[in-house]
Design a protein around this ligand. Structure first.
Ligand SMILES: Cc1ncc(COP(=O)(O)O)c(C=O)c1O
Length: 410
């Protein structure tokens, strides 16, 4: 034992109302305490198949290749872009927040000629603008966020898939922040690759990233299949395309690993697979439509409550994500001090913000396990008390009353 005292691990009972992570559903935590299995154990391979089937339900797809990337949500973004992008490919990235910039940066690292297009934070792209840029840029790949937690905006994507197909581009969608909380039918919207993380609307911890890809994407990826020398057999078929420039995030290898070939790649993060399975199982048991309604209702109750308190909501409300709300920090109020008081006095965490929005807005998440009336009501009541201590004149009780009225009417 090294010098010093090491207490029991005993995290404070926080209510995580930021833009993610949020509190995990207790059933997910229970699933994570199950004993480990070897990754080639037939029972474990059965669980992998169940995970694929469950996430087909979550992504609303028939895609054979529906699997997990071992890592946080960004690992699946990297796997998708690294495996789709061949050096010199033109990649169009609509940027409406921090996570658009992330895709620009990852695509550049893999040798793409990236064409970023930007709108002001707090807004999204009009369909005509996207069409115009796709026509002029002629990209091989379009990479876009569905919801960007940094701005709390959600980009409408219903028509983008068809547009990409008409112009022979593949469409990658980062649904980290919305999967399970907002509708995103991968097949109906013709999304070629979609990925997510567990720590937002899926009510799990971060560390596993569900991903689905269709046959158009599969063709692009498998032409770059490369088998590690130590695993090659006389029957191994190598692709004719350029080798994918990452081993860990090589989707061709990961597909071989998830297939019945069970070709060795990484050691599966067993506990995270249990978590991912439970997240999807719980969500599908509730039903997607019911989960979307629950998120929309929590958003409505929170925004009505904030407005009743006299606070101003951030951004284009028509395109606000259902599960994260941006709210302006009132003039004269120290945003960080309020967040500290919420944490210390009420055990409630809300989010700060990045880049141009830093110090201007708070971000409050109502997602996954925390898209519940009691979580919304506690947060509003606590925020009102803390703001009053900061001499912000909020009509006492109005926020909770307004939120309760939304829930009573539903
Ligand atoms: C849209 C989006 N993409 C990617 C990420 C990165 O996820 P992770 O931190 O799990 O890698 C986030 C996290 O907030 C996100 O909101």
């Amino acid at each position: 034992m090294p010098e010093g005292r090491y207490d029991d691990l005993n995290p404070a009972p926080r209510l995580l109302m930021g833009p993610g992570p949020i509190n995990a559903d207790p059933r997910v935590l229970r699933a994570m305490s199950a004993q480990l299995l070897g990754q080639f154990d037939p029972q474990f391979r059965g669980y992998m198949k169940e995970v694929s089937a469950l996430y087909r339900g979550v992504f609303q797809t028939q895609n054979r290749w529906t699997l997990l990337i071992d890592g946080t949500a960004r690992s699946a973004i990297e796997a998708a872009l690294a495996s789709l992008i061949e050096p010199g490919d033109r990649v169009l990235v609509p940027v409406f927040g921090r996570f658009g910039h992330l895709k620009v940066e990852i695509a550049q690292r893999y040798g793409a000629k990236v064409v970023p297009i930007e709108v002001e934070w707090g807004t999204v792209f009009a369909a005509e603008a996207l069409e115009k840029h796709i026509k002029s840029c002629k990209p091989k790949i379009v990479a876009v966020s569905h919801g960007d937690t940094s701005t709390t905006m959600a980009q409408p994507l219903q028509e983008l898939g068809a547009l990409c197909r008409a112009h022979d581009a593949l469409l990658y969608v980062d649904a980290t922040a919305t999967l399970g909380g907002m509708d995103l039918p991968a097949d109906a919207w013709q999304l070629d690759v979609v990925s997510a993380g567990l720590q937002k609307c899926l009510a799990g911890p971060s560390g596993s990233a569900p991903l689905t890809l269709n046959e158009r994407a599969e063709r692009r990826i498998t032409r770059r299949r490369h088998t590690e020398a130590g695993l090659r057999t006389p029957g191994s078929v190598e692709g004719e395309g350029p080798v994918i420039r990452t081993n860990y995030f090589d989707l061709a290898m990961i597909m071989d690993y998830w297939s019945d070939k069970a070709l060795n790649h990484h050691t599966e993060a067993t506990t995270m697979l249990y978590a991912a399975r439970e997240c999807a199982r719980i969500l599908l048991q509730e039903g997607l439509a019911a989960a979307f309604r629950r998120h929309a209702l929590a958003s409505q109750a929170l925004t009505q409550g904030l407005a009743a308190m006299g606070l101003k909501l951030f951004g284009d409300q028509k395109h606000k994500m259902a599960n994260v709300t941006g709210v302006h920090i009132p003039q004269g109020v120290d945003g960080d001090k309020v967040r500290r008081a919420l944490l210390q006095d009420f055990n409630i965490e809300i989010g700060t913000s990045f880049g141009p929005l830093h110090g201007r807005i708070w971000r409050i998440g109502t997602m996954g396990y925390n898209a519940r009336s009691d979580a919304v009501l506690h947060t509003l009541g606590a925020l009102e008390a803390v703001l009053s201590a900061e001499r912000f004149k909020a009509p006492r009780g109005a926020a909770v009353d307004a939120a309760l009225a939304v829930y009573r009417k539903a």
